[in-house]
Design a protein around this ligand. Structure first.
Ligand code: 5GP
Length: 206
């Protein structure tokens, strides 16, 4: 992918194929039980990934659950802490701890840019698990905690300095590593035929 391109158009087929290419590794190395899609960009990738995961894993319902997060948009007069720094929950799981406990949970999003969103999602979901564990006898918590794990899949990872870190050892999968470009996703396009033509032109100028 060319770093000199400021906007990079990505087509549905590009995304589908990146997911197809990456899923065998995810199935083999993490083998998720549940997909947690971060809305809205994670919805389409999670649904496509389920198709390929179901091909490769046996006896798995592979439910997709959704959470909604957005980065705080700075407003005029906002304090320094507010400006561009906060992740806002717009949607969360009902009974998250019960849902996540004892499962291998794959968090899915379309792009890892500053990493703030992924960091927030992972740390909050882990908090939900810890809360749920409190309702179990102490003697059972260790085993339940060990049976619960999280991994991350993004279609695109931007190779840049990140503003947040993920805990060491968190399994992390990306369909493609890209430069610090702005990715135009197909679900944002008003005219998808034009978007696809422009995407083809982008590729031809590589
Ligand atoms: P973060 O900075 O927390 O990693 O990403 C926050 C969100 O910003 C992403 O989930 C995505 O919605 C949006 N975003 C970041 N980079 C891009 C990009 O290149 N293209 C588009 N369309 N959205 C992006």
């Amino acid at each position: 992918m060319a770093d000199q391109v400021k906007h990079w158009r990505v087509t549905y087929n590009d995304i589908h194929n990146l997911i197809r290419k990456t899923t065998p590794k995810i199935a083999q190395e993490f083998n998720p039980d549940l997909l947690i899609a971060i809305g809205g960009g994670g919805f389409f990738p999670a649904r496509v990934m389920r198709t390929f995961l179901r091909e490769q894993t046996v006896n798995k319902a592979l439910q997709i659950q959704a959470i909604g997060l957005s980065l705080y948009e700075p407003v005029e007069g906002g304090t320094v802490e507010q400006i561009g720094n906060e992740v806002i929950r717009t949607q969360w799981l009902s009974q998250p701890g019960k849902l996540l406990l004892g499962k291998r949970n794959l968090i899915v999003d379309e792009v890892d840019d500053t990493r703030k969103t992924l960091h927030y999602a992972l740390s909050e979901l882990k908090k939900d698990v810890e809360l749920e564990l409190l309702s179990y006898p102490e003697s059972e918590r260790g085993a339940l905690r060990s049976a619960t794990s999280f991994a991350i899949f993004v279609v695109h990872n931007k190779l840049k300095d990140k503003l947040a870190d993920l805990p060491a050892g968190t399994p992390y999968f990306s369909g493609e590593d890209v430069g610090d470009v702005w990715l135009d996703y197909p679900w944002e396009a008003i005219n998808i035929e034009q978007h696809d033509r422009d995407a083809a032109t982008d590729k031809a100028t590589l």
